[in-house]
Design a binder for this molecule. Structure first.
Ligand code: 3HC
Length: 299
């Protein structure tokens, strides 16, 4: 099947990134949000990102040309003639099911639906629609314009045609698609989540400070970010939610949230996005480790 028009559900961090790479790849993109203000915020981030990439010669077309293929809307009817829909709304099963159930009767029956969920079962989201064969997982990584991977997940009822079309679509976006199945966490989070939880447990046990554990994995293993910087970058609330879904599925301690993560989320420390996590991000250029506060000792 030929994909020309792409619909993106949600214009947050992931949705705006997916819309950006789709428009950059030449697709006409319609982005659905509940309120104009979210479209404005997401589109401003897209423009900033495109300008950065253009300044480095990493995109061949002008920012204006790419930007002209993007359209924001709050009307679901505007998605009717999309060939491929990627959902990136809040990581919550009910919200995702509600969203897909509401657009399913509107979008043309030939269109493929994909969810960018990182941990929720694709099968469980898919059953909210009447097109189970044309439903896949398409999991991107943050920051979407820079990260090369996309996980493409099939369920037991995904057709070969839809799965191959989703892999091809990923390639057209300049990503390397890896093929996986509808198993909670797919490949990356299956390996990444236990590593991140272990880093928190190591900190809880006094193995090292936030900065030293981060430096160890950066300098000792060549990781681009240490585990605490990455946790703050992904979002502690998001990670906490993922641990719940994964622990519920596997019932294994390695996926369970350490008590420190739970308490940080309860206290409203979500990481870089709201300024406080394992680091204080008041100055994003100079994050300050929060060891004393996290250990409950005088600062
Ligand atoms: N668009 C355009 N440019 C961007 C950008 C974006 N969205 N985000 C960052 N950049 C730019 C930076 O501004 C910087 O520009 P500059 O050099 O002009 O200042 C440039 O990219 C490089 O950034 P940095 O100098 O900060 O450093 P790095 O070389 O470390 O690259 C990185 C940044 C690619 C984010 C790298 O640190 C990295 O790979 N980190 C790990 C990210 C990761 O693991 N992501 C996956 C998270 S897991 C996930 O998403 C799944 C979910 O389910 C949990």
């Amino acid at each position: 099947m030929q994909i020309k028009k792409v619909g993106v559900l949600g214009c947050g961090l992931m949705g705006s990134g997916i819309a950006q790479v789709s428009a950059t790849a030449g697709f006409d993109v319609t982005v659905l949000e509940v309120d104009e203000k979210f479209i404005e915020k997401g589109f401003a981030a897209i423009r900033r990102s495109l300008e950065k990439l253009a300044a480095k010669g990493l995109v061949t077309e002008s920012t204006d040309a790419i930007y002209s293929r993007l359209r924001g809307t709050t009307r679901k009817q505007d998605l009717a003639d999309c060939d491929f829909i990627v959902e990136a709304v809040i990581e919550n099963l009910d919200e995702k099911r509600k969203m897909f159930a509401s657009i399913d009767p509107i979008v043309k029956p030939a269109a493929i639906f994909a969810s960018n969920t990182s941990s929720i079962s694709i099968t469980e989201i898919m059953t909210a629609t009447a097109r189970p064969g044309k439903f896949v997982g398409l999991h991107f990584f943050n920051p979407v314009p820079l990260m090369k991977l996309v996980e493409v997940a099939r369920t037991i009822v995904t057709t070969d045609e839809a799965f191959e079309a989703a892999c091809e679509f990923g390639k057209k976006l300049g990503k390397v698609p890896v093929r996986t199945t509808d198993k909670t966490g797919f490949i990356v989070n299956r390996l990444l989540v236990p590593y991140l939880m272990d880093a928190i447990r190591a900190f809880e046990e006094g193995v090292g400070s936030v900065a030293d554990i981060d430096a160890s994995m950066k300098l000792g293993c060549g990781y681009p970010m240490g585990p605490f910087t990455l946790l703050d970058f992904v979002g502690l609330d998001t990670t906490y939610y993922i641990t719940h879904v994964m622990f519920d599925e596997f019932k294994e301690k390695r996926f369970a949230s350490p008590s420190l993560l739970k308490r940080m989320v309860m206290a409203g420390w979500y990481g870089k996005k709201n300024g406080k996590g394992f680091y204080d991000w008041s100055n994003p250029e100079k994050p300050v480790p929060q060891d004393a506060a996290l250990r409950g000792i005088a600062k």
